[in-house]
Design a protein around this ligand. Sequence first.
Ligand code: ZN
Length: 97
Amino acid sequence: MECVWCTENQASKATKDCQWIEPGGIKVIMVTDVPAIHCPRCRDTYLSDELNEEIELALNTVDLDKLGHTFSYEELLKAPKMSIFKMAENGMKFSCK
Ligand SMILES: [Zn+2]
């Protein structure tokens, strides 16, 4: 597959553990095994913009109280969504480092 940064076609599929930080940086959530792209030329493993947005949306719509601090991408997708009222209070920023 092609790297979105350098268009190197030796990029391969990988997985990455990502951190999710609440406003104020108090609560840190770890999402493991996120589908990522690894590029040997950039020497980096990163998420596509589409997936990054998808995870950001998912993290803002699922009930994180039920998931805990560390969970996998699979678990995030299967997690129950929270009520619309609680959703409005969120707005966490995703940072996959
Ligand atoms: Zn690259």
